[in-house]
Design a protein around this ligand. Structure first.
Ligand code: IFM
Length: 479
C-alpha cells in the first residue's frame, strides 16, 4: 500500500534521531592530484573512453576538498545534525599499503573539526568504491591480500580520527563493489568475470571483519562500528514456486552473500547451489567466517527501490531491467534463469520506481534478521532533472514528496518496533553519479557545474525544517 503523501497526523521522530546527509569522496572532493593522492580505480575507469556518460570524471567533482568549510556551514544553516562522508583511501595511503600521508589525514581532521564545531555528528565510511589503483593492479578485491590491506588502512584512519568520530562504517554497498565492478563491469574496475565477482564478495566480507577488529583496537570502546548494505527488497511476480525460487536466488546474491557471513557467520547453502557452476568457494579459508562475523554496533541500510523478479528462460538478448546500468554482462552470477521486471509506479530520473513500502519492508526484515541491532538509513534519495527558476531558486517538489514518503515509512517502522536511530539523505548536493557522470542530480543542494555555486533546493529547506523540529513539514511547506 503506498504511503499517503501527507498523513492526517503529524509525523514526529524521537528527539535523539539523527537527521543527516551523505556523500562520498570521489563523488564530491575533486583535487585528485593534491596532497600526494594517487589514482583510485574510479580515476582510471572514468578516464577510460566509453566508461562514463560524456567521459565525465571526478577530477574536480564539486571541489569539496577546497570548499569543505562552506559546505559544512551550509549544512549547519540548513539545520542538519549529522553528516556521513567517506575517506579517499589513496589520499591517505597512496599505494594502498605502508605508512599514511599526514596531509591526506589532515584534510579529514580539519573536516571533522569543522563539523564538530557546529554540532554536526560525523559518520565516516572507510570505503565507498575507490580502491587505490595499485591494489587493483595487484589483483583487486578478488585477491585475498586486499582484505588485509584494508584492515591496515582502517587501523590508520581509526587511530587518526577515532578520538573525535564516534560513528564508523567499514564498507558502503559491497554488492556494487563486487558485482557492478567485477561482473557487469559498469563500475570500476570494469571487469566482467562472474567467478572473480564472487571471490571479490568474499574478500570484501573478510575486509569488513578484519577492519572491524582493527578499528576496535585503534579506537575508544564507545565508538560504533557498522557497515552499509544496499540490501534489495526482492519481490516475486507471483507465488508460483518457480518465481519464488527466482526471488530466493536474487535475495541470496543481493543480501545473503553479505548478511549471511556478517550477521550469522555462514553463507546460505542455497547460494552455494546457485553458483556451483561458477565457483567452488575454495577461497573461503578456515577461520574466515569467524573473522567476518564480528559483533557490530549498528547496521546501515541504503534503499532506493525494490526489485521485481520471475523465473525466465535463458533469453538474455534484451536489456535487463534491474536498474543497474546497461551491460551485456549480468551483475547476478548464476542467475541467468531469472528475469527482472519493471516495478510499477512513478519513477525518478534513474528510472527507479518510487515505493516507500519497500523501505518499511527492508527495515522490518533487518529488525528480524539482526534483533537488537540499531539501524540507520545511511542512504535514501532521488535524482530529478532540477533546474533553477529565472529567480535562481530551485524548486523540487517531487523530491520533497519522495523524502516525505520515505521518512514516513521509517517512522512507521519505528512504531512497529524497529530501532532506527537516524536517516542520511542521499545526497547533500549534486555530484558525480558514477557511470552517469553529472547527468543525474541526487542533491538536496543544487550545484551549478559551471561555477560550482551551491543553492539549496526547496527540498533542502524542507528537510532542514524537519531536522530542526523533528516533525515532517507538509509537502508544500517549503514551496
Ligand atoms: O550515488 C550513489 C552512491 O554513491 C551509492 N548509493 C547509490 C547512490 C545513487 O546511485
Amino acid at each position: 500500500m503506498p504511503e499517503p503523501a501527507t498523513p492526517a497526523t503529524p509525523v514526529t521522530f524521537p528527539p535523539a534521531f539523527l537527521w543527516g546527509a551523505a556523500t562520498s569522496a570521489y563523488q564530491i572532493e575533486g583535487a585528485v592530484r593534491e596532497g600526494g593522492r594517487t589514482p583510485s580505480i574510479w580515476d582510471t575507469f572514468s578516464h577510460t573512453p566509453g566508461k562514463t556518460a560524456g567521459g565525465e570524471h571526478g577530477d574536480i567533482a564539486v571541489d569539496h576538498y577546497h570548499r569543505y568549510r562552506d559546505d559544512v556551514a551550509m549544512m549547519a544553516d540548513l539545520g542538519l545534525n549529522a553528516y556521513r562522508f567517506s575517506i579517499s583511501w589513496s589520499r591517505v595511503q597512496p599505494t594502498g599499503r605502508g605508512p599514511a600521508v599526514q596531509v591526506g589525514l589532515d584534510f579529514y581532521r580539519r573536516l571533522v573539526d569543522e563539523l564538530l564545531a557546529v554540532g554536526i555528528k560525523p559518520a565516516v565510511t572507510l570505503y565507498h568504491w575507490d580502491l587505490p589503483q595499485e591494489l587493483e593492479d595487484a589483483g583487486g578485491w578478488p585477491e585475498r591480500d586486499t582484505a588485509y590491506r584494508f584492515a591496515e588502512y582502517a587501523q590508520i584512519v581509526g587511530e587518526a580520527l577515532g578520538d573525535r568520530v564516534e560513528q564508523w562504517i567499514t564498507l558502503n554497498e559491497p554488492w556494487c563493489s563486487a558485482f557492478l565492478g567485477y561482473a557487469s563491469g559498469v563500475h570500476a574496475p570494469g571487469r566482467t568475470d562472474p567467478a572473480a565477482s564472487l571471490k571479490a564478495a568474499h574478500h570484501l566480507n573478510l575486509a569488513h571483519g578484519l577492519a572491524t577488529s582493527a578499528l576496535r583496537s585503534a579506537m575508544p570502546a564507545r565508538n560504533s562500528v557498522a557497515l552499509s548494505l544496499n540490501s534489495s527488497v526482492v519481490r516475486p511476480v507471483s507465488q508460483d514456486p518457480a518465481d519464488l525460487a527466482a526471488a530466493r536466488k536474487i535475495d541470496d546474491l543481493a543480501n545473503g552473500v553479505f548478511h549471511g557471513p556478517i550477521l550469522h557467520g555462514a553463507y546460505p547453502e542455497s547460494l552455494f547451489a546457485a553458483t556451483e557452476l561458477i565457483t567452488d568457494w575454495s577461497y573461503v579459508e578456515d577461520g574466515d567466517l569467524r573473522a567476518i562475523n564480528q559483533p557490530l554496533d549498528a547496521l546501515g541500510l541504503n534503499y532506493y527501490t525494490p526489485a521485481l523478479v520471475s523465473a525466465a528462460d535463458n533469453d538474455l538478448s534484451g536489456p535487463r531491467a534491474d536498474g543497474h546500468g546497461a551491460s551485456a554482462f549480468s551483475p547476478w552470477p548464476g542467475a541467468d534463469d531469472v528475469a527482472f521486471h519493471q516495478t510499477p509506479g512513478e519513477r525518478t530520473e534513474m528510472g527507479w520506481s518510487i515505493d516507500p513500502t519497500g523501505l518499511h519492508e527492508l527495515i522490518m526484515r533487518y529488525t528480524r534478521e539482526a534483533p537488537g541491532l540499531p539501524l540507520y538509513i545511511t542512504e535514501n534519495g532521488a535524482a530529478y532533472d532540477d533546474k533553477p527558476d529565472p529567480d535562481g531558486r530551485v524548486h523540487d517538489p517531487e523530491r520533497i514528496s519522495y523524502l516525505h514518503g520515505h521518512l514516513a515509512a521509517v517512522r512507521r517502522a519505528v512504531s512497529d518496533g524497529a530501532d532506527v536511530r537516524g536517516y542520511y539523505l542521499w545526497s547533500l548536493m549534486d555530484n558525480f553519479e558514477w557511470a552517469y557522470g553529472y547527468e543525474k542530480r541526487f542533491g538536496a543542494v543544487y550545484v551549478d557545474y559551471a561555477t560550482l555555486a551551491r543553492t539549496p533546493k526547496s527540498s533542502a529547506l524542507w528537510y532542514g525544517q524537519a531536522a530542526r523540529t523533528g516533525t515532517l513539514p507538509p509537502v508544500a511547506a517549503a514551496e
